[in-house]
Design a protein around this ligand. Structure first.
Ligand code: ADP
Ligand code: MG
Length: 699
């Protein structure tokens, strides 16, 4: 009787083989347990009657008690509709039907009392209820109806009579079969400590709550449980990984670090940078392998922090490596690092795919002997013939371009322990998501820009104002500055279309004939792209017309304008990344978002956020709310977002923080979950894991 997971939904009263097949195909509901966990997507409060006088066009579903005064047929053809004028003595509303009019006229009579249930809208100065439910009041027990649950169903299901109220009936049938309380899935101590509803109450309450408060408490309990087991799983996984991999202990802070810090550092670190350096230091001394995600907005000085981490590795006799996703970026890092470390006698090399022959051979030898102490590289470092003497510290810039498998290969470069890993990203991941996705990575944040940065001023232009826009750009060029003009890459039928870019380039070349104009897009050969970027960087060209290939990392401090054409085609985080390309020099910088007149609400919202804030974290949170976590990079592969039925990563941040704390506390005390008060947790986790994805893939 009790194990609902073993009972086929087919044998439930009202189901049968045909409906069972539909339930499985359309909703993946196969057992009674699946059905029990198929939750309503909304509730409508039918415990109260409204009066017509109270209504406005802004209310959810309501019900009224009154009589039909008269029927009237209005309009022609497809717009033909049946209207019933309906009153309860406080006013008149129109009940409207576009279909089934004959049926309505046969079934309902003027002068008879009905309860009308529907959503009020305003049309022609009157309140309308379109396609209301109409029932004689003696057939309804209003006070007993309470909150009515609504379930999502598909068209195919509806055609077979499996609509929301049919599902509701099935669930009622099922709950009436279950006599004993459903077995609790959280330990008693936890239920009591967190004042949660017991599982049995919560499952009954989520389907048929008596009031809104019960509904919320039931939802909270079930959401809590969902998130709790995710976090418990992550906490255990982290703990296992830490046991499996010992880390090199880098406890010396010596010559390299100190000399650099005191004699070479060209500015003082921001407080945020100092804090992160301390966090890294304590990681690398801990005896565990560091896996730290360093988030910081573009230009916040992550690279400097990473460099100081690498110097600690050098002080302890290890080599360090920094990886970037493109040749341009690694070249830039290499140049910066050489510049910072000038005169310190530290051998730094750059290894990319285009470095070949003798030069490459010399670098490889230097790496193997330990003579090369810092390597800056691209994917080229992953090749098998690249061997280090003692690699202790790896920095990965812009993590999303490096897959998990690639990171694992880097670890394999050592025979003994894996190096410490610092992953830097300028696309801040909202805290809630980071805690779920990267639950096993520690997260550091640089939330402060170096002093003297002026925020980039962001403006929205409609595309009818190109003349104004171009004279503004010209003003900046005349003042000696440079500008980016970015076009979207349009994907049609799987083909990437550069039409916008090519057209734009033609227009810009004509309009700005006396200035050099560069053009860069992803379909160019890397070498051509790099050459063109260099021309812009050196100031030979003053305008860079590009697709989003410039999104990541290019540093041209003299550029003060970023124009983004068809800004409606870009996501928030992309817009923010692009904007980060300017505002790097001391000059006032501008970002101009150009769109057409017709904008969807979402787009307008995106543009407003961009204009209002330059805080990457705020933008990331807004992005998560707008798009939902399913779209964000990484969540797809991990599958996490899909298995949450109730919890919402965008909205339940506080709860996620809370359950994570509890989960960590438990694992710290009892990683194996072998204590008696944790037995239930171990069983539940084992049960969930059987049905879930492979957790090891998210590290
Ligand atoms: P990120 O990698 O976070 O985008 P970078 O490390 O490239 O940022 O730093 C951006 C610029 O700011 C660089 O030119 C760097 O030299 C400079 N910078 C970094 N930290 C500071 C600081 N504390 N004070 C002043 N300038 C800094
Ligand atoms: Mg950077």
């Amino acid at each position: 009787m009790q194990d609902l997971a073993l009972r086929d939904v087919k044998y439930l009263k009202g189901v049968g083989p045909a409906r069972a097949e539909l339930l499985e195909k359309e909703l993946k509901v196969r057992t009674l347990e699946d059905l029990l966990y198929y939750f309503p997507y909304k509730y409508i409060d039918r415990s109260r009657l409204f009066t017509i006088r109270e209504l406005d066009g802004n209310m959810p579903y309501i019900q009224l008690k009154g009589r039909i005064i008269s029927f009237e047929t209005i309009g022609e053809g497809a717009r033909k509709r049946l209207v019933a004028h309906f009153t309860d003595g406080t006013g008149i509303v129109d009940l409207v039907w576009f279909q089934g009019q004959k049926f309505i006229l046969d079934k309902y009579r003027p002068g008879v009392e009905y309860v009308a249930f529907g959503r009020p809208t305003v049309f022609g100065g009157r309140i309308n209820l379109a396609h209301p439910d109409l029932d004689p009041p003696d057939k309804l027990d209003i006070s007993a109806m309470g909150m009515v649950p609504y379930y999502n169903t598909t068209d195919r299901m509806k055609r077979a009579g499996l609509n929301s109220s049919a599902i509701q009936k099935l669930i009622r049938n099922m709950l009436s079969l279950i006599e004993e309380p459903l077995a609790e899935t959280l330990p008693d101590w936890l239920v009591r400590q967190e004042r949660l509803m017991p599982l049995d109450d919560a499952l009954r309450g989520i389907h048929f709550p008596e009031n809104a408060d019960e509904m919320r408490r039931a939802q909270y309990r079930l959401k809590f449980e969902e998130l709790f087991y995710v976090q418990l799983n992550i906490a255990r996984f982290t703990c296992e990984r830490q046991k499996r991999f010992r880390g090199f202990v880098l406890n010396r802070v010596g010559e390299c670090f100190n000399r650099f810090y005191h004699e070479h550092l060209p500015f003082s670190l921001t407080e945020a940078q100092k804090r992160v350096v301390r966090e890294i230091r304590s990681d690398v001394c801990s005896g565990r392998q560091m896996n730290r995600l360093l988030q910081g907005d573009v230009g916040s000085g992550k690279t400097m922090v990473a460099l100081m981490g690498m110097l600690i590795a050098l002080d302890n006799g290890y080599q360090a490596c920094m990886m970037a996703p493109t040749e341009i970026l690694s070249g830039q890092h290499y140049a910066n690092i050489c510049h910072y470390l000038e005169g310190m006698g530290i051998r730094v090399e750059l290894l990319t795919g285009s470095i070949k022959g003798k030069r490459r051979q010399a670098i490889l030898e230097g790496l193997a002997s330990g003579d090369v102490r810092i390597l800056v590289s691209t994917h080229a470092v992953l090749e098998d013939n690249v061997m280090f003497h003692r690699l202790g510290f790896v920095v990965i810039d812009e993590q999303h371009r490096f897959g998990v498998a690639q990171r694992a290969r880097l670890w394999g470069k050592n025979n003994s322990n894996p190096p410490h890993v610092l992953v830097m990203t300028a696309t801040p991941i909202p805290r809630t998501l980071a805690m779920t996705l990267y639950g096993d990575l520690d997260v550091s944040v640089i939330d402060e820009l170096p002093p003297g940065r002026k925020p980039v001023r962001t403006e929205h232009y409609y595309d009818t104002r190109h003349a104004d826009l171009y004279s503004f750009v010209e003003g900046e060029l005349k003042a000696g500055r440079q500008a980016y003009i970015v076009y979207p890459l349009i994907e049609e039928n799987g083909k990437m279309d550069l039409k916008n870019l090519e057209e734009g380039y033609g227009i810009i070349c004509e309009r700005f004939a006396q200035y050099g104009v560069s053009k860069v897009h992803g379909r160019m050969k890397p070498a051509d792209k790099d050459a063109e970027m260099m021309r812009f960087k050196n100031g030979e060209t003053r305008i860079m017309v590009a697709t989003t290939v410039i999104e990541v990392g290019v540093d041209v401090p003299n550029a003060s304008v970023m124009v983004i054409e068809n800004a409606e085609r870009f996501g928030l985080s992309q817009l923010h990344q692009l904007r980060g390309r300017v505002g790097r020099g001391a000059d006032k910088s501008f970002c101009i978002l150009v769109t057409g007149f017709k904008l969807s609400d979402d787009t307008r919202h995106r543009i407003d956020i961009m204009v209002e804030t330059s805080d990457g974290f705020e933008i990331a949170e807004a992005d998560l709310k707008l798009r939902g976590p399913g779209d964000l990079e990484g969540t797809q592969q991990s599958g996490i977002a899909f298995d949450l039925k109730l919890a919402n990563l965008a909205r339940d941040g506080e709860l996620i923080g809370r359950v994570r704390e509890i989960a960590r506390g438990i694992v710290e005390k009892d990683a194996a979950l072998s204590m008696p008060e944790h037995a239930l947790l171990a069983r539940q986790l084992a049960k969930l894991k059987k049905t879930e994805f492979d957790w090891s893939s998210i590290s």
